[in-house]
Ligand binder design. Structure first.
Ligand SMILES: [Zn+2]
Length: 325
């Protein structure tokens, strides 16, 4: 939604300026995916169907150099594209990888190591399962956040949708421990098990290794607990960043030099986060802010453009706008 509004507001001046900048230094646009699978419902719009993903990748392959995120980009002569995935869902290995291999498209997978092999879903999926997919919950939900008590009515679907939205915002700001407590309380309230849905499964260690074995794949860090780094002290941030990177290195037997900040918007990481990445010797880190990479772009704030479940004509239009946004 935000992206659409943004593109509608592009002025002819800005577009012309971007076009001239792109002519002087070939840009790289980095695409951000999360999942390739077919879901019954997808409230966060994280999933692209295998059919759409195949047409998207074929279009990229036929029209642009698709570059690796861990490669040197200084010699790039033509506008290029990089493909990335965040989080570490099982479908990345089972549904996306076969398509990437069939078409020979390289991609980077950023993995939150603390979830690998877990029977639990990522918390944003678990919220959907507990609140939206569950009609048999009590009619009110109450929690204590700091000194404040908050209460939601949860009788109707609309009321539950509101709790889902509000809880999402609230949970995102918490430390891993606080989040664990709130999620446990929510599950107790709704009387649902910890075991997640197969359709929302996180990759196992074997699957991560299989992914890493592909010649086309770069593995990157995405913290241990998928916590907003700006909510943590410097020491905790360092543990989350270097902990996920070294865990992936020992699992996959290769060096990990790229990283993605969880959530990745401007207020989800800080100057200290960037400094930790630099000191840890990482080569690049990516954000979740649209734009292009140029030679002068901060290597620890590489912009990325989110891809939704678009059919090819829409994907082509969106790609055209990514070059000029
Ligand atoms: Zn993520």
């Amino acid at each position: 939604m935000l992206n659409n509004a943004h593109h509608l507001l592009l002025s002819p001046f800005r577009t012309t300026r971007k076009w001239l900048v792109n002519r002087s230094n070939a840009p790289v646009i980095t695409l951000l995916y999360h999942r390739v699978t077919r879901l019954e419902s997808d409230p966060q719009q994280l999933s692209v169907t295998p059919e759409n993903f195949r047409s998207q990748m074929r279009y990229l392959k036929d029209n642009f150099p698709v570059v690796r995120l861990d490669a040197e980009w200084s010699g790039i002569a033509r506008p290029s594209v990089a493909v990335t995935f965040d989080d570490g869902y099982a479908d990345n290995v089972n549904e996306a990888l076969p398509i990437l291999e069939e078409l020979g498209v390289p991609a980077t997978f950023f993995i939150s190591t603390g979830f690998i092999g877990s029977h639990q879903e990522f918390w944003w999926d678990d919220l959907e399962r507990i609140i939206l997919k569950n009609e048999n919950v009590p009619t009110r939900f109450t929690i204590e956040t700091g000194s404040e008590m908050r209460e939601w009515a949860t009788k109707s679907a609309a009321e539950r949708a509101r709790l889902y939205r509000d809880f999402h915002v609230l949970i995102k700001k918490l430390t891993p421990e606080q989040r664990g407590q709130q999620m446990a309380w929510l599950r107790t309230w709704a009387d649902v098990a910890e075991q997640g849905r197969t359709s929302h499964r996180v990759a196992t260690l074997d699957e991560v290794r299989r992914l890493a074995q592909s010649e086309l794949v770069t593995i990157g860090g995405h913290t241990v607990s998928h916590t907003r780094l700006s909510a943590l002290s410097g020491d905790r941030q360092c543990e989350e960043i270097t902990g996920s990177v070294s865990q992936l290195e020992s699992w996959c037997g290769r060096q990990v030099i790229v990283f993605s900040y969880p959530f990745g918007s401007r207020d989800d990481f800080t100057a200290e986060t960037i400094e930790i990445c630099r000191q840890a010797g990482l080569f690049r880190a990516v954000v979740n802010i649209p734009g292009q990479y140029h030679q002068w772009t901060d290597p620890y704030q590489i912009p990325r453009n989110i891809v939704r479940n678009w059919e090819l004509p829409m994907f082509k239009r969106k790609c055209a706008s990514f070059w000029l946004s």
